[in-house]
Write a protein that binds this ligand. Sequence first.
Ligand code: SME
Length: 166
Amino acid sequence: MNEIKKVKTDDKGKFYNYMNMKLIGLICEESDGLANLSNASALLNLLLDEINWAGFYLYKNRELILGPFQGKPACTHLQIGKGVCGTAAKELKIQVVKDVHEFPGHVACDSASESEIVLPIVYEGKLIGVLDIDSPIKGRFDEMDAKGLQRFVDTLNKYMDWSTVI
Ligand code: SME
C-alpha cells in the first residue's frame, strides 16, 4: 500500500483534492464496506489538523448507530432530530457548528470538542448515515471544509456498497 503523508498547506481546496485522491486509492478496489469506512476514518484522522474525533454513524432501525471512527469511545445510539448528528440526519443538511455549546441539544461525547461538522450521507434518496468530525478549537470548520468533505462523501457514495454495512 502507498504511504499516505500529511500535507502542509493553507489552501483548503488543494488539501481536499489530495485527501479525495487518497480516499479513492484506498477504497476503489475494496468491496467490503466496513473495511472502507474504517480506512476512511483513519484517513480523516491522519490528514485533518486540529480534530479530536472523526467517523461515521449509520442509520439503522430509525436511529444513528456508531460506526467506524477514530477518537475517544463515543455514544453508540443517537436519535434522529437530536444533537448535531441527529439534526443533519433529519434535515439532510450539512451542519457547520462553530461552537457546540451554543447548539441546542448538542450531545457531548468528548468534553474536548468545541466545534463540529456533520454531513448527511444520502444514497439514491435514502439516508445511509452521517460523517461527523469534532475539533477542540472553536470555529475550526467553514464552507470550504463543507465543500471538501461533501466531495469526500460523494466519493464514498461512488465506490461504497452500502448494503455491506447497513
Ligand atoms: N456531538 C454529536 C454526537 C457525536 S460525537 O460528537 C462523536 C452530536 O451532537 O450529535
